[in-house]
Write a protein that binds this ligand. Sequence first.
Ligand SMILES: Cc1ncc(COP(=O)(O)O)c(C=O)c1O
Length: 425
Amino acid sequence: MKEFEACYSANAINMKKSVIRELLKLTARPEIISFAGGLPAPETFPVADLKEAAALVFDKHAAKALQYGTTEGDPDLKEEIIKFESRQGVQLDAKNLLVVSASQQALDMVAKVFLDPGDYVIAGRPTYVGAIQAIQSYSAKVLGIPFTAEQDGFDMAILERSYQLAVGAGKKLKYIYVIPDFQNPAGFCWSLAKRQALLQFAYTNSLIIIEDSPYREIRFIGEHIPSIYQLDQQGANRGIVVNLKTFSKILVPGARVGWIMAHEELINKFVIAKQAMDLCTNVFTQKWLAEYMKTGKLYDVIKSTCANYCEKRNLMVQALEKYMPKRWEIQWTKPEGGLFLWLSLPKFINTDDLIYRAVEEEKVAYVISSAFYFDDPEKNAMRLNFSYSSPELIEEGIKRLARIITREIENYEKGHRAQTSPEGL
Ligand SMILES: Cc1ncc(COP(=O)(O)O)c(C=O)c1O
């Protein structure tokens, strides 16, 4: 309405709807096989144990659990998170830890604390759409850096060049946003060398690194690589890395609880920012997660979740090999962890357009690649989620996707022949 429009802040005008949330509405019909959402597999949720933990909260902590809590987070949960991190070799002190309402709040909080309108964040091309959304909602921009052909991290030469050009042009760059472990959307995992190089780059140029690690524990092939947060801790320990973690992919996303690990000074700033957002993270949920973590069963859940996703990822990769057309260049990533793979198609296929036909004609859905770019989007790729669908639906869904892609290629070839044949002239 006109009255509302006149009142919106500049930031509100810059806010963009999440393409994924919009797509999810389109794909919610039960007959559609959706590889679009970033949903964990519901069969991995330890429902009975979580129910028991919830009952314990009412029995043991009702007065505290139903009351306001501290902004920093529930002490019982913080203690459990510290143990969880220390098992992975992360030294963590309570003063470096803030419990948040899952990672999406942390992304918003980080943008709120660091970004003025017109500032820049360095991030991957492609990168997580929710991070782009948070950055845009503070009227800031993204300096996009492509990944190497080896998919082991940023192309550091381009990073260096783009950074120098941006600084030369008077742009203010505030932080680097990366998802080194099984990135959303493409499933890329950064090598140790690239993590070290990025840390050095940040030290040299006095930048902060926001390391977003929702999929870190969901590695089902290969060896764990230290996080950039750990590399800083083990080395110069300058405290410039902010590490975002969440229960969403290792346990249940419905809890909406995550945590930030960072330098004490930054934690104090985030606490103030969070107070204006929600005073504190849901106290009952924190107590519930703490009770559940005390059982020690989270480690088994993570193990079985990894096994589940490994099987589904393999099935999706096999189905792609079996059904995708062999002519033209069609490629997909083979991630060693996480929830997604990235399918790249010939340039003449625009997945923004194809999605409507895929849903209507073949009842299959994916996320369009253009959602994962701040500007100048690639439009010939898609993100496919392999964690949510059953094995049968993965095979059937890829078969349907291959059919629509094959038709797209045939139409192009027909059009191309018509254009180039003498009759067509
Ligand atoms: C890279 C990345 N960061 C953050 C989030 C948000 O997660 P949460 O459920 O913890 O808010 C997601 C969710 O899919 C993600 O993929």
